[in-house]
Design a protein. Structure first.
Length: 175
């Protein structure tokens, strides 16, 4: 009975130590793209309030960077990535601040389509690796599957902007 009481008393602490919910949503800039052009896609990432992940370029070697990996099919190439500007987070006891992404952020990718890419739907699979942390601890790193669907249409077919607000502030740089 005593061991059971001790176990039950520890359950609230175990529940408090749960990693945050992380919601990752794929976004495409336009409803379709033409062969020989560039498609812009992005991941909208939302963490529970009070949580952050290290940026793609943490300031210390031992910190786990956030990494997006995409594996486009033949004829489509990842040519640029747009990372959000990290927030410099000061933590008690740390000598220098941490470069982090907090609660809600967007990561963009530019996909160049070769002129020979046929009309159709293309799935671009990938992963997002991150380590969520709060003010007192970091949780085990996680790798989430992600995918984008890019519609390729004939060059004479109109293309419509679908999510311009997500892409307006992104600054794409080399992979």
């Amino acid at each position: 009975l005593g061991a059971g009481v001790i176990l039950l008393c520890g359950l609230p602490n175990l529940a408090a130590a749960q990693p945050p919910d992380v919601v990752i949503g794929p976004i495409v800039e336009t409803d379709a793209v033409h062969p020989g052009t560039t498609a812009h896609v992005a991941l909208e990432v939302r963490l529970d309030p009070g949580f952050h992940v290290n940026s793609n370029a943490p300031l210390e070697d031992f910190l786990i960077a956030t990494v997006m990996t995409l594996d486009p099919p033949e004829g489509i190439e990842l040519t640029a990535v747009a990372w959000p500007e990290p927030i410099m987070l000061s933590q008690q006891g740390a000598e220098q601040p941490l470069a982090v992404f907090e609660e809600e952020f967007v990561i963009g990718a530019a996909l160049s389509l070769g002129p020979q890419v046929a009309v159709g739907q293309y799935v671009i699979p990938g992963t997002l690796r991150y380590q969520a942390c709060d003010e007192s601890m970091c949780y085990l790193p996680a790798t989430a599957p992600v995918s984008f669907t890019v519609s390729v249409v004939p060059s004479n077919q109109a293309v419509t902007s679908a999510n311009a607000e997500f892409f307006a502030g992104l600054s794409f740089g080399p992979v």
